[in-house]
Write a protein of this length. Structure first.
Length: 402
């Protein structure tokens, strides 16, 4: 096609010639009867001279082979880079085509361009050079697709769903029987990073919020397995679910070893209780304990009840979050830490005969403070300036990170 770069036969000839020379070098020592010459040299000049000659010849042949291999890869890199503008143009077409155009039609021009050039490569390159060229072009495709995604992180879900669908089609294209790319080359770090990025940005907000909470719960479980002292302190609670009334009772007992956040060396702690995620429990308002003054080991001894439908409680993502805050009269309350309790683990919710024997037991849980490094999930949500739910969630989490 006029104006676009297509692979020329001459490039294939050059690559094959270089590969042929590289392969010819390998048996050269045997073909030159080097061993016989070295034996004669050893008898005449000594073993050390013979060894130095062998070493010099071996290093020379190896460096020559390495240099040819490097030049082959350089030509392959130039070849794949020459294809970049057409790949970029077709990806732009894919990304911004009207929504009424289906994914296959939008991706058609890029696939056709790749098929045309891979036909030339396949028919005219030695197998090892074809593999090198395929891997190089796959890298260019991943780079350009990643650039398209990262340059438009504020776009809405259909944009990323189309890019994700394109990635799947292109992966299948490069995984074809005639491409011979290894799984390691296909599923490279660049591919994994791009797949994860697109998967996050194509997912709906509720799913991302659930994913974030599951990650926080996993952090808590790892912290519970550690033998070291938790610097953020601990919170003890009793929990009991009444399946007949579909009601969750929470007894907030005490906390210990809280962090000193006030100038007087103490804090004024209170606990906020809430069922999460909010889209599963929209009618459950958060509740709070009373403030306990000037203490790092407060005793609360307060009970709370939440209406909690059994079927929703049985979902893996259903959690009770307890947040310990330090009350401040003049400024904003300070964040001490938070704990999560998966509701599906509670007696009365799991179902089965074992629930009857499971009496509520005190749970002493380590308080967590979110890492200052934002998670990928939060970053994805932060980009959704068009979604009020995402904006509100990110704003709430930032208060806990500060």
């Amino acid at each position: 096609m006029e104006g676009q770069f297509d692979v020329a036969l001459q490039v294939c000839v050059v690559l094959n010639n270089m590969e042929h020379v590289r392969l010819v070098l390998r048996p050269l020592k045997d073909e030159l009867d080097v061993e016989e010459l070295l034996t004669a040299l050893k008898h005449k000049r000594g073993e050390s001279v013979s060894y130095r000659c062998l070493d010099s010849l071996t290093r020379f042949l190896q460096s020559t082979e390495d240099d040819i291999a490097y030049r082959i890869l350089t030509v392959v890199a130039v070849l794949s880079d020459k294809m970049r503008p057409e790949i970029k143009k077709n990806l732009f077409h894919l990304a911004w085509v009207p929504d009424k155009v289906d994914d296959n039609s939008a991706l058609g021009p890029l696939v056709q361009y790749l098929e045309l050039n891979f036909k030339t490569l396949y028919e005219n390159l030695a197998s090892v050079n074809f593999l090198r060229a395929t891997e190089a072009v796959w890298k260019v495709v991943l780079q350009e697709l990643t650039l398209t995604a990262r340059s438009n992180l504020g776009e809405q879900l259909p944009f990323f769903r189309r890019l994700y669908a394109a990635l799947e089609v292109l992966l299948h294209f490069f995984d074809g029987n005639d491409k011979e790319l290894s799984l390691k080359s296909l599923h490279s770090v660049a591919y994994q990073d791009l797949e994860r990025l697109l998967r996050l940005h194509k997912s709906d907000t509720c799913y991302l919020i659930e994913t974030y909470y599951m990650q926080r719960l996993e952090e808590q479980r790892k912290k519970q397995q550690e033998q070291t002292m938790n610097p953020n302190g601990y919170l003890t609670v009793f929990l009991c679910y009444n399946s007949a009334a579909e009601s969750l009772r929470v007894d907030v007992v005490r906390a210990r070893d809280l962090e000193m956040l006030d100038p007087n060396g103490f804090c004024d702690p209170f606990v906020i209780l809430e069922l999460l995620p909010k889209h599963l429990f929209p009618d459950c308002s958060q509740q709070k304990t009373k403030v306990q003054k000037k203490t790092l080991s407060p005793v609360f001894d307060e009970s709370f009840e939440f209406p909690a439908p059994l079927e929703r409680c049985r979902q893996e993502v259903s959690l009770l979050r307890l947040t310990v805050m330090d009350y401040d009269v003049m400024l904003r309350d300070d964040f001490e830490g938070e704990v999560f309790v998966p509701l599906s683990d509670l007696p009365g919710i799991r179902g089965g005969e074992e629930d009857e024997a499971d009496m509520p037991r005190p749970l002493e849980l380590p308080l967590l403070v979110p890492s200052k490094e934002k998670s990928e999930v939060l970053c994805a949500l932060e980009c959704r300036t068009w979604d009020p739910n995402a904006k509100d969630f990110v704003r709430q989490q930032k208060r806990r990170h500060s």
